[in-house]
Write a protein that binds this ligand. Structure first.
Ligand SMILES: C[S@@+](CC[C@H](N)C(=O)[O-])C[C@H]1O[C@@H](n2cnc3c(N)ncnc32)[C@H](O)[C@@H]1O
Length: 231
């Protein structure tokens, strides 16, 4: 059922761009779950939490049963101001579109006014952890997130292609939580996948002595990157 849940702005075809921006983290919090395309495709974290203000969304996930995912019904803002952050969390927010970027006036049962966006952004800016926010560029976001970095990508809508923006409050990652989707599009992902597979096959064919010499070289050469992934 969840797999068929589709949302205007759902990340069903673009989740790779969000996952390709995620540094290693211990706790993953998706604050506006909807169909939760990102949460469903990313490698699980030590703890994963999904929140939505629409009770139908949360019950659909519960019917599907989502092992390992803590599902919460409620407002993202209430959760975020009350959660005891440790700093190793990654929050991903994909709120309803800002009113200025809308083509249709109302698309969600639980929608956001300009004031709701402002409140959410002010909370996100105050969090002591990594945050990614997605949406279409607009003046309010430019103003409130002026110190944040952005990454843009094209996404097909039901009528045309639009540019989506990811705003994030950390340095572009040198290591990813989940490297399975590296590449900007399908073709690039396939090329990288094949290249990695060839490399893995060569390492697999090495004798144990050759492999341990190779591992030592990797460790000496890239001490910071080696074994940096955490769950
Ligand atoms: C753009 S959709 C999320 C789409 C999702 N990323 C996907 O892949 O399907 C926005 C979601 O935010 C939920 N929502 C609206 N207001 C909310 C609030 N205050 N707190 C949490 N969720 C909210 C809506 O019910 C809707 O499911």
């Amino acid at each position: 059922m969840i797999r068929r849940m589709r949302y205007p702005g759902g990340k069903g075809k673009t989740y790779q761009h969000v996952i390709n921006l995620m540094p290693p983290h211990r706790v993953y919090i998706e604050t506006h779950l909807g169909g939760g395309a990102v949460l469903r495709h990313k490698r699980p974290s030590f703890r994963s939490i999904g929140i939505d203000a629409d009770p139908k969304v949360v019950s659909a996930w519960r019917v599907e049963s989502a092992p390992g995912i803590e599902l919460l019904y409620g407002r993202a803002e209430d959760f975020l101001v009350n959660y005891a952050f440790r700093g190793d969390e990654l929050v991903y927010s994909d709120p309803p579109y800002h009113p200025d970027t809308r083509r249709r006036s109302r698309v969600y049962a639980y929608d956001y006014s300009e004031e709701d966006h402002e409140r959410l952004l002010k909370i996100l800016v105050s969090l002591p952890c990594m945050v990614i926010l997605s949406g279409y560029a607009n003046c309010l976001y430019d103003e409130l997130l002026s110190g944040w970095r952005t990454r843009k990508f094209s996404a097909k809508t039901h009528v045309d292609t639009r540019e989506e923006t990811l705003w994030f409050n950390f340095e572009p990652p040198r290591a990813l939580h989940d490297g399975r989707y590296i590449g900007d599009d399908f073709r690039a992902r396939q090329t990288i996948k094949r290249r990695l597979q060839r490399l893995q096959d060569r390492v697999t064919r090495m004798s144990p002595i050759e492999r341990s010499a190779f591992v030592r070289w990797l460790n000496d050469m890239y001490p910071c990157e080696f074994g940096s992934g955490q769950r």
